[in-house]
Design a protein around this ligand. Sequence first.
Ligand SMILES: Cc1ncc(COP(=O)(O)O)c(C=O)c1O
Length: 390
Amino acid sequence: MRRVYLDNNATTRMTEEVLEAMLPFYKDLYGNASSIHSFGRPARKAIDEARAHVSELLGTNSPELVIFTSGGYEYDNFAIFGVAQALKAKGDHIITTAIEHHAVLNTCKSLEKEGYKVTYLGVDKYGVINLEELKKAITDKTVLITIMYANNETGTIEPVIEIGEIAKKRGVCFHTDAVQAAGKLDFEVKAMNIDLLSMSGHKIYGPKGVGAIYIKKGTKITPQLLGGHHEMGKRAGTENVAGIVGLGEAARLAKRDIPDEGRIKGLRDYLYKGITSDIEDIHLNVHPEKRLPNTLNVSFTYLEGESIILNLDMEGIAVSTGSACTAGTLEPSHVLSAMGLDPVNTQGSVRFSLGRDNTKEDMDYVIGVLPPIIKRLRAMSPLYEEKKKS
Ligand SMILES: Cc1ncc(COP(=O)(O)O)c(C=O)c1O
C-alpha cells in the first residue's frame, strides 16, 4: 500500500544530510562543548556553526542573539515567564490571542494564577487578529505581546510586521512563536521590530527536542534554567551538541530550500481542487491566500474529522484534525471555535500539511481515495441525512 505523509505541521521526516551531520557527535566527537581540550573544542565549533546557520535562516546577522533550547514548549515558556518576571516592576499585563498554541496559552493561564492579567484577542473568520483591537488592548501596564507568526492548525499568517510596529511605538516587548513559519516563509527578523522569535528543529526536517529563540539585543528577560553559564548565561545546561548540529544543518537546508515551498503550494492547491471537484460541502477554514504554503485545513460538513482520519490511515494516508498536542482529547479545536466556525464544521475539520517529500502522485492517490470514504461516512451520518431531506 502507498504511504502518504501529510502531517508535516505535527513533525517532519529528518533528512539524511541532517542525520549524517549529527552522527559524529554521538560517536567520536562526544566532548563537552564547555571543555577547553581537544575533545571539547570540536563540539564548541560545531555549535557556533549551527548558531550561524539558524541566525541566517531567521535573518538576524547576529548569531550571538540565538539561544538554543529544547524546543517549542521551552522557549515559549522562557519568553513569556522570562519577560513577565524581568518587567514585573513595570507592569503585569500580557496580550496574546485565543488561537495560540497551548505552549503559549497554558503559560499565559499559569501567569494569570499568579495575578497577571492576560488579554486574549479574538480573530476574524480567517483567524486573523484585528490591529485596532490590539492597539486598544495596550495599557501602560502591558509588558508583553505574544502572537504567533503562523497558526499550526490553519496556517493563517498573522500581520507580524504591523504588530511589531505597534509594539515598538508603544514600547512593549513583542514575542512571536514562529515554529510553523520558519523554513516555510522567507523573513528577516532584524528588519521586523520583533524582540523574541522562536523556532523548532523537528518542524524543519531536523531533530526533535531542540529549538532556538532569537532575543534582540537589550531585551529584558529572566533566565528560567539557572546554575550554569551556558548559552550566554540565558539557558543553563550542557548543550545537546548532536541536536544543535542537526538543527543547524536543518536550518541551512531550509534556507536553501525555501523556493521549494512554491512547488508545495502548487501541490496543496491541486489537492484542494481535486477533492472539491468530487466532494460537496467542503468548507475552507482559512483565507485562500494569507496562509502557509503547505497547509490545507478544510471541514467535511456533517462528519467527524476523527473518523475521516482513521479511514485515511487505513489507506496509508496520515493527516490530522489539528494540533498533535491535543490529538485524542476529542475537544473541538479552540482555533476554529475562536474563528466562529459553526459546530457542524468545527467537528468535521481535517488538516492536510504537506512537506518536501510529497509528490503529485501522492496528491492523486489522496484525490482518488478520499471521495468514497466521505461518501460512505456521510451515508451513515444522521446530520447529512437531515440535510438531504431539508
Ligand atoms: C505553533 C507551535 N508552537 C509550539 C510548538 C511546540 O514545539 P515543540 O514540538 O518543539 O515543543 C508547536 C508544535 O506543534 C507549534 O506548532
